[in-house]
Design a protein around this ligand. Structure first.
Ligand code: MSP
Length: 641
């Protein structure tokens, strides 16, 4: 039988900065679904990538003194490193700046224009550069603030192309009705349906206010709006519109296509994308899963408030699997998840180290101790608990499968832990250490430990999409042949003989709770180093605007109208200029004569109490003293810098 195909995609990420656990969640989530489908025998294709065009990229790059291309190259490089760290097995990494993508976007736009699904008009609206979105007056928060990111929006009016969404409103509603599992979870689907029923407005799909994007071929002063550009990645990456459409034919037109997105970008995927596809004649055969968000205890993750968690801080310290486990476990199917240092450490200590790691460790230690690392398949069952263990295991496998098929990864993980708990309970019930004392109970003891190894083998298989290293570690320590690590081998009793390692290793060492919680808390709130304020800086260009030279005082007198001032005639090399200075409390006119001072020559002349002053002399001072800066080895007109 031909293998079924499964194509899965993440959103393509904005290169606005380093990715945190929130964005990483989607990628780890898709990775686990892809691995599950692979385990189930599907031919899978996993796409991720970067959304590299748009005004925000142009602006951020400029602020950082880079060209937009340099900027996106750097971020794409860092993002790939992050996926390597999280062991993401993607098949392709698309970047919207790649010619393979840009060329096809150009054509898609022209096609829509040619068939009058796109038309030219004017757009006026409040635009958030950060979110690349327009908002209506009613959507804005007080002060024209973007409702999504809290930044000020800009009122923009420009010529723009529009996509006729309104024309496809009825078609889309009918499509959603006929494909009830098109959008999941149900609550998100309801949101979309009520949004459409409120009436779709035509979507502005081009900009003239920036350059960093795909130009409209027939009117290049327009740049294709980032969402039309971005959404197309899901088919351009497969070669749609190119010479070689093998992947497109195989995977897009194949058995299953799943787009996984965060709840914030649901509308773009549930409304604009199917309409675009339908309009250009591409089959709309994808499913959409919109997940919740990772939040911090007191709200959204926010870089500006210093409340962001990065996987590359946690993985080197706690390991890949601890990170993946937490990410996948803590966001439920249709809600948000919260990251706290306490929960993160608790999950490692309780779920991974105590429940799971310990089960494996205890089992191996007992096999080593009582049977010199080797077991044989028992002839029969000895305890009523045996059947209960097997029943729990089978029920967990069924529920796990059902959940994974519906993208309920967190819930699927819970079913694995049900089996883990049941296995731990089985040890308490059968008390192998008591059986070991009785020479006549060797067969019972062998059977108990065999059942535990079989349960662990099943657990290892179910964990393959979730815990990459730990599932492998389990198979290695139990010496499970690769043929019995497959989905089809989820059948109790397939192990003929068992020979476990005599050097067991803890998969998840228990952590010092207080110390590790403090470590993560410190990561979240690093001690802020006092950075000099930007406005205190001047550039070297500012400094060189000052013309500083040596000036020799030729003569000096008290100011006729001000006690504190002296009036000096100063030779600055080019000519003699009059300079008024507030130094009479510290210097007499006689003391001034002959001094070679530092003069600012190009200071705008002013009249001070009736006397012209054509420059300024430099002095250092504190509350008690004042001292003129003297350069007595130099001559009038010498430059000071
Ligand atoms: N570039 C667009 C997507 C275009 S897809 C054709 C975009 N990029 S993004 O970088 O801002 O977001 C990418 C994904 O990260 C979104 O699915 C978003 O929901 C997700 N997340 C961002 N912060 C998140 C959390 N705190 N928690 C979970 N996911 C979050 O939108």
């Amino acid at each position: 039988m031909a293998q079924k195909t499964f194509y899965i995609t993440t959103p393509i990420y904005y290169p606005s900065g380093k990715l945190h656990i929130g964005n990483s969640f989607t990628t780890v989530f898709c990775d686990s679904i892809m691995r599950y489908k692979k385990l189930r025998g599907y031919d899978t294709y996993y796409l991720t990538g970067m959304d590299e065009h748009g005004q925000k990229v142009e602006t951020v790059a400029k602020e950082l003194g880079r060209s937009p291309q340099e900027h996106v190259d750097l971020i794409a490089h860092d993002t790939k490193k992050l996926w390597e760290l999280l062991d993401i097995e993607y098949d392709d990494f698309i970047r919207t700046t790649q010619p393979r993508h840009e060329k096809v976007v150009e054509e898609i736009f022209e096609q829509l224009l040619g068939q009058d699904d796109i038309y030219l008009g004017h757009y006026e609206g409040h635009y958030c550069i950060y979110d690349e979105s327009f908002f209506t007056e009613t959507q804005l928060e007080d002060g024209n603030i973007c409702p999504d990111c809290g930044r000020p929006t800009k009122l923009v009016k420009e010529e723009s192309y529009f996509l006729r969404l309104s024309k496809y409103e009825d078609w889309l509603l009918q499509f959603i009705e006929e494909n009830p599992d098109f959008i999941t979870p149900e609550t998100r689907k309801n949101e979309v349906v009520s949004f459409i029923k409120n009436g779709l407005q035509d979507l502005s799909v081009s900009r003239t206010s920036f350059d960093w994007g795909v130009n409209v071929k027939s009117n290049p002063k327009h740049v294709v709006y980032v969402w039309v550009d971005a959404l197309s990645n899901y088919i351009t990456a497969l070669g749609y519109g190119s010479k070689d459409t093998t992947l497109y034919d195989k995977y897009w037109k194949g058995d299953e296509v799943l787009h996984v997105v965060g709840k914030d970008i649901l509308r773009f995927h549930a409304i604009y994308w199917p309409i675009m596809l339908h309009a250009i004649g591409v089959p709309v055969n994808f499913k959409l899963y919109a997940h919740g968000w990772y939040l911090m205890k007191d709200g959204k993750m926010s870089k500006s408030k210093g409340k962001v968690v990065y996987p590359d801080d946690l993985v080197p310290h706690y390991g890949l699997d601890a990170m993946r486990y937490f990410l996948l476990k803590e966001i439920p199917y249709s809600g948000d998840g919260v990251f706290t240092p306490e929960d993160f450490i608790a999950r490692i200590n309780y779920d991974l180290a105590n429940d799971f790691g310990n089960l494996l460790n205890r089992t191996i230690n007992m096999i080593n101790k009582y049977f010199n690392s080797k077991l044989t398949k028992p002839e029969k069952s000895y305890f009523p608990f045996d059947e209960e263990l097997k029943d729990t295991l089978q029920a967990s496998i069924d529920s796990y499968k059902e959940d994974m098929d519906e993208w309920k990864v967190s819930s699927a993980i819970q079913h694995i832990w049900t089996t883990i708990s049941r296995s731990n309970k089985y040890i308490d019930e059968t008390m192998p250490w008591v059986l070991a004392k009785d020479h006549d109970k060797q067969a019972e003891l062998n059977s108990v430990l065999y059942n535990l190894v079989e349960a662990l083998r099943h657990i290892g298989i179910l964990l393959k999409p979730i815990l990459i290293n730990a599932s492998q570690g389990l198979f290695e320590q139990l010496n499970i042949p690769s043929t019995l690590q497959t989905w089809d081998s989820l059948d109790f009793g397939l192990l003929k003989e068992i020979h476990v390692t005599d050097k067991p290793q803890a998969l998840f060492p228990r952590l010092d709770k207080k110390k590790e919680e403090a470590f993560i808390t410190e990561l979240l709130n690093p001690v802020k180093k006092e950075e000099p304020k930007e406005e205190n800086f001047i550039t070297i260009d500012d400094f060189t605007k000052l013309e500083l030279v040596v000036g020799e005082v030729q003569s000096c007198k008290a100011h006729p109208n001000a006690d504190k001032l002296l009036v000096s005639q100063v030779d600055t090399g080019d000519r003699v200029r009059q300079i008024v200075s507030g130094v009479s409390k510290y210097y007499t006119p006689e003391e001034m004569v002959g001094k070679k001072l530092v003069v600012i020559k190009n200071l705008k002349p002013v009249t001070l109490r009736g006397e012209l002053s054509e420059g300024m002399v430099l002095a250092g001072s504190n509350k008690k003293a004042l001292q003129l800066v003297e350069l007595d080895q130099l001559k009038p007109g010498d430059k000071v810098s």
